[in-house]
Design a binder for this molecule. Sequence first.
Ligand code: GCB
Length: 615
Amino acid sequence: MRIKQIGLIVLMLSVFNGTLFSQDAQIINVSNRSTVSLNGYWRYIVDPYQTGFYDYRQIQRDTQTRPSTAESLFLGYKAQFPGDRVEYDFDKADNLLVPRDWNSQKENLFYYEGAIWYYKAFNYVPTSDNMRQFLYFGAVNYEAHVYLNGEKLGMHQGGFTPFNFEITGKLKPNDNFVILMVDNTRKPEAVPTINTDWWNYGGITRDVKIVEVAETFIQDYFVQLAPDNSELIQISVRLNGDEIAGQTVSIDIPEAKIKVNVVTDENGLATTQVRARKLNLWHPENPYLYDVNIVHNDNVLHDRIGFRTIKTRGSDILVNGKSVFLRGICIHEENGVRGGRAYSEEDARMLLGWAKELGCNFVRLAHYPHNENMVRIADEMGIMVWSEVPVYWTIHWENENTFNNARNQLVQMITRDKNRASVIIWSMANETPVSESRTAFLKRMIETTRSMDQVRLISAALERHTKPGTDNIQVIEDPLQEFVDVISFNQYIGWYAGLPERCATAVFEINYDKPVIISEFGGGALQGHHGSKDQMWTEEFQEHLYDETLKMLEKIPQLRGITPWILADFRSPRRTLSDIQDGWNRKGVISQTGNRKKAFYVLREYYLTKKEQFK
Ligand code: GCB
């Protein structure tokens, strides 16, 4: 039965991708494939009125049979004769670096929200004959229309997940060009919607690559321990190509002395499970990764995979059968020291290194899927991960397009990261307002998640309220609690609700025998600003708030983890207080320049104690 369900995993992916959006079925583990990087300088043209995309009657130019060469920027057209009017020229345009957001690269794009055209010319020599090529983007925020040599490949919505298009047969040895219109305009029906508490960094923010694969290739696979059995590895593999049926694929884990052959069905899918004895299990204290080779014909796709089980029992979270306390911190994908979206391996190592220094074994990657390098490095460093989609605050619960968009982002996140030992929780949403349509929406998201991944836990950051008629009894009035594995909620008693003293009298009433994670708490402090513990925005106030909050939370019997808000100060246009915020959310325990605040040390102490308690 279980094996059949695993089989469904990969099958569903291609259905979602194929029907809802125009990109091709997602290819995983791109970093271990043969690729040609298209990173580096790209020419760009700012187009706030989208003149290159719509004509003066607002007709989308790329749907016209003869789009104007003078204005259709996606054609990358060059004047052919003196009287040939062309109102743009990429060769004369300025450059932006890819991957990176545009806001932190050019002063005049700092606040820009709108369309920018990207252009990159390149030559291409295939590594060998009979290869297929895909154009892959790690992420583009928010909407991307992609063209190769003047021809539209497709479009993608959602700023934090990968997508790819097949371009086999479309490349020439010389003078290829890729053009993108990237539009980061906030829209009410989008995911996220118009209102967030983070910077809407625009641009091609992650890697761009040409992925080279064999005519029939391993598109996707799942190699993970069964949730209940640390001696059973579940495997599924999906081939893509003309000859996908009856193919032998072998899965080789040399160090574990495992080598199995599977044969694909007519859909190119193969599933099996293998006994594995005495595996060196992945754990934050022992982040052991096995070399795994998946082989089809002569093509070897390599990965490094950790094996661990994750499940709940009552209010316990069990990793490899042992109860853990999640010593966490929330992280935004931003490098404040340099400025802008985090994108590089160094960025990931800096952020996760800070978390390690704090004593963390867990991070909440807020509020959207972070770069793949984050979860891969978390695998290596032994940090468990909560990964989330940007279903944030009040999105359009009744709009089916909004749902499809959210689900598409969820599917792309799970598809990309389902082989990472570090990832233990998929989060469906953050602080969403309870209503029938909201709950129906999130239940469908949960169903999708369970159909794709039966080995991880599901949660969502909910809200707490003071129980009506009481002074300080705190309750979670949310029917979603029934459907998640872990009850998580954000709470700001002492910051948005009263002063830190209020923590002393708070009592949490949680009526489920499930683990509880406090997915956010905190308060703002400007690093270097000192005063009494009663003075807002000082490090002492924040330190005091942390002291009081931790004492309060310790009284929750089901408490199995916390992820305070937040590791480092981050940019937010909502934060306008001069001389204190200046456009930064100051709830970091580290400043954007990398300096630790007093609260950092309070948390570190607490984590030392928790580590001892849960030895
Ligand atoms: C929250 C949100 C988070 C905000 C934070 C704050 O509850 O989930 O995105 O940044 O509060 O600082 O207000």
